[in-house]
Structure formats: structure tokens, C-alpha cells
Design a binder for this molecule. Structure first.
Ligand code: ARG
Length: 460
């Protein structure tokens, strides 16, 4: 039976199932590098505080580097009793350097240690994910610029509504993704705040310099302001899970649009072979699996978020073992998010579009608003023009013809202010161009949106 880190007051053995039930090493070994970094910084802080001699600190820092090398090389040997990454690393350190290893944990608890490790780990992940997200946004901006002349039927309630541009649609999603990127960015300073030096809950009795620790670990001097809160706080996980969930909600809606647009009834777009699969039975099928998986993973991500909130909710102040249940939610979320963003980029970059099919999806009734606006420009109050245009729609419907097939005389029968120039209304391009306000569907406005996005991307 291996000696337990905390075994001093225990005489009885642990139930083998409890041993397994309790251990987190199978998943928290992922943060071996952060655990080592945190410990190396802590050894230096202990030396600064006069708890360790410089020699002892150097020995510990070097020993920890050797432990890190073993993890990196895949030669780290897990032993019974290695309950989590913290105990495993400390056990191995002491094997390598002897009794001095036992001085590392002075004034420290796994409570401030685990909070530090996970913050460090997640900080790196968020930066990596942001990199991928910004590539996705760039891909949208590039396509929007290159394909700005492609018109697209715009829908509300999934019913044909008004003429927009394919690029306008792309940028509508990019706008949401920009907010997602901002949310992740805003998370960084709160995430990058240091719990280390809080001990188990009451603080550190050896005067370690927390400012030094914070800077040493890249947290720019930010430290958790209260030691009890520092070991209690899992907001950073919940916030990350929320940011992830909302981003996947956005990606899911984007995917849903493309699933619809790629269906046989629409055929506006086609997924490249790289992101589709076939049917084991129906030879003609090409299914948008990548998009459906993104949609599905959004559901799971929301599960992780609610799972985390539920884990923390009923716990009394400071550390409780319940928190250990949160790490897998966090690890899985980071992996899923990173995968989804990169898959979305792949789908977007390789998607083929069919501008002719998009164009043939435009129907004259989608110009009914423009018909009303024609009369507005002649001084008729909009509320009246709405009814007048509605009457024209009804007339066309009764006749079984397109709205644009009504003659000027037909229209004059509905309202005397219709004149020969009304034929100019039957132009989808014009309809989009009329909407030239900031954020609108005109070519100029859409290109301006691209520019704004590029300015944002250039910022950080
Ligand atoms: N593996 C533990 C966790 O993930 C580390 C902290 C253990 N602390 C304690 N007081 N038992 O939460």
C-alpha cells in the first residue's frame, strides 16, 4: 500500500472502489505542464520568502523539470496512490530529489494549487481557441468580399422575405462570432487571476509574494482578493462553458442554415466531400454530417454548462470535492469547441455556392415591400401603402400570376399614384442597393461591414 500524501491520521485502508472513485489523474494529467509551472514558481516564491534556501529551490525547480521531461516523453510512471496530478508530480519529485521534495508544499494546499493549474490551462486553451475562431471570422470576411455580388433570398420565419446578398448572410454570422471572440477575450483577465498563496482557505503563513507569483505565471500581478473565495471560485469554468455554449448555439444556427441551403429543395450550396458522408443504402446521398455534428455538439455543450452550474450550486463556501466533477466538463468543452471552430472553418472555406440557384429563389412577391415604398416616396403614408401593396399581392395571387406581371393599369386600378416608372421596382438588385444604410444589404454597405470586421481582426 503506497503512502498517502494525507495519510498521517488514517489507520484504515481505502476501499479499492473508493480509490478509483476519488482519483482524478485519468483526466487531470492533461495539466501536468501547468502543475509543474505552478510548482516551480511556488518554489521560487518560497525561496524569496526565506522558507527554502536558494539551493533547495534550485534543486526543486530542476527536479520538476525532470518530471516534466518524463511526462513529455511519455515515460512518467503512474503509481498506486497517485490520486491526482498534484500528488503524482510531488511523489515523483521526491523520488528524484529526496527529502527536499517534501518542502515544496509548505504553506500550499491542493486547493489553491488545483485552482491555479486549471486557470493556467484554460488560459492557454482560450488563446488557442481564439486563434482558430479568428481564422473562421477571416474566412467569412474573405468570402463575403469575393462573393459580394451574389444575391440571396433572405428569410424570416423561413418564409421568403426580402433580397439580401450571400455576403450579407455570411457577415450576419461573422457578427455573432465577433461577439463570441470578444466574450472569450473578456474572460482572459478574470481567468488569469492567481489563487496560489491562498493555502487551503485561510491564506499563506510564510509571507509568499503573491504579486511575484502572479507575474511569474503570466497573470500580470492579478491575484484573487480573498483566500476563501480563491479556493471556492469556479466562475472561470462556468463562464468559459457559457461562452462556449453560446458560440456553439451560433455555430449551430449557422449550420442549420447551411443544412437547409444544401437540401435538394434549395441547392444553394454544396458541402465539399471533405465534410460530408454518404448513405450505406442510398447511393445518391450526400449528407452534411459535419454541420449536423456541430448542431448536435451544441446540445452537449449546453449540458456541460448546466452540469457545472449544478455541481457548484449547493456547495458550502471554499473547497469541496464536488468541484473535481467540473474538470471533465471543462476539458471536454475546450476540445469540442476547438474542433467545432476548425471544422466550421473547413466547411466554410470549401463550400461551393450556386449563385443561379440562389437567384432563382428570389420571387417577385419579395418586392412587395419595395412596391409599398414606391408609394411612400410619392407621399403616401406607409401604413396605407402597406395595404395597397397587399391588395396588389392579392390581385396577383387571384390571377395566378407573379406580382411583377401586373400591368401599370392593374396597379393604377388599386392606387392612382402608380405610374410607368413603377416597373423599376421589379429589380432584386435595386432592392438590395436601396438598403444602403450602415449594416444594410447594399454592395457598399456590405463591403463596409467587411472592412469593419477586418479592422476588428487587426486589433488583437
Ligand atoms: N483533485 C482535486 C480536485 O480536482 C484536487 C484538490 C484536492 N483538494 C482536496 N482538499 N482534497 O479538486
Amino acid at each position: 500500500e503506497a503512502k498517502k500524501l494525507w495519510g498521517g491520521r488514517f489507520t484504515g485502508a481505502t476501499d479499492p472502489l473508493m480509490e478509483k472513485f476519488n482519483e482524478s489523474l485519468p483526466f487531470d494529467r492533461r495539466m501536468w505542464a501547468e502543475d509543474i509551472r505552478g510548482s516551480q514558481a511556488y518554489a521560487k516564491a518560497l525561496a524569496k520568502a526565506g522558507v527554502l534556501t536558494q539551493d533547495e529551490a534550485d534543486t526543486i525547480v530542476e527536479g520538476l523539470s525532470k518530471v516534466a521531461e518524463e511526462w513529455a516523453a511519455g515515460t512518467f510512471e503512474v503509481k498506486p496512490g497517485d490520486e491526482d496530478i498534484h500528488t503524482a508530480n510531488e511523489r515523483r519529485l521526491s523520488e528524484l530529489i529526496g527529502a527536499t521534495g517534501g518542502k515544496l508544499h509548505t504553506g500550499r494546499s491542493r486547493n489553491d494549487q488545483v485552482a491555479t493549474d486549471t486557470r493556467l490551462w484554460l488560459y492557454g486553451q482560450v488563446q488557442m481557441i481564439r486563434g482558430a475562431l479568428r481564422e473562421l471570422i477571416t474566412a467569412a470576411a474573405d468570402r463575403a468580399e469575393a462573393e459580394v455580388d451574389v444575391l440571396l433570398p433572405g428569410f424570416t420565419h423561413l418564409q421568403p422575405a426580402q433580397t439580401v446578398r450571400w455576403s450579407h448572410w455570411l457577415l450576419s454570422h461573422a457578427a455573432a462570432w465577433q461577439r463570441d471572440d470578444e466574450r472569450l477575450r473578456d474572460l482572459l483577465p478574470r481567468l488569469g487571476t492567481l489563487p496560489l498563496g491562498s493555502g487551503a482557505l485561510a491564506g499563506n503563513p510564510f509571507g509568499v509574494d503573491r504579486q511575484f507569483l502572479s507575474r511569474e505565471l503570466g497573470f500580470e500581478g492579478r491575484v484573487c482578493p480573498n483566500s476563501m473565495d480563491a479556493v471556492s471560485d469556479r466562475d472561470f469554468v462556468a463562464e468559459f462553458l457559457f461562452a462556449s455554449s453560446l458560440h456553439l448555439v451560433h455555430l449551430s444556427r449557422w449550420a442549420e442554415d447551411l443544412i437547409i441551403y444544401s437540401s435538394g429543395q434549395f441547392k444553394f450550396v454544396q458541402c465539399s466531400d471533405a465534410y460530408a458522408t454518404g448513405s450505406s443504402l442510398m447511393p445518391q446521398k450526400k449528407n452534411p454530417d459535419a454541420l449536423e455534428l456541430i448542431r448536435g455538439k451544441g446540445g452537449r455543450m449546453i449540458g456541460n454548462l448546466t452540469g457545472m452550474m449544478a455541481v457548484v450550486k449547493g456547495t458550502p463556501t471554499t473547497y469541496n470535492k464536488d468541484f473535481q466533477e467540473g474538470w471533465e466538463l471543462m476539458f471536454e468543452a475546450a476540445d469540442t469547441l476547438h474542433d467545432c471552430v476548425r471544422i466550421a472553418s473547413g466547411v466554410l472555406c470549401t463550400l461551393r455556392i450556386d449563385p443561379d440557384r440562389m437567384r432563382s429563389g428570389l420571387s417577385a412577391d419579395m418586392l412587395a415591400t419595395d412596391l409599398a415604398e414606391y408609394l411612400v416616396r410619392k407621399g403616401v403614408p406607409f401604413r396605407e401603402t402597406h395595404h395597397i401593396s397587399g391588395a396588389a399581392v392579392k390581385l396577383a395571387e387571384d390571377r395566378g400570376c407573379e406580382l411583377s406581371a401586373l400591368s401599370v393599369a392593374d396597379l393604377q386600378g388599386i392606387h392612382p399614384l402608380f405610374a410607368d416608372d413603377v416597373v423599376e421596382v421589379w429589380d432584386f438588385q435595386r432592392s438590395a442597393e436601396m438598403r444602403d444604410t450602415e449594416g444594410g444589404a447594399s454592395r457598399r454597405s456590405v463591403l463596409e461591414q467587411v472592412q469593419k470586421l477586418r479592422t476588428y481582426l487587426a486589433q488583437q
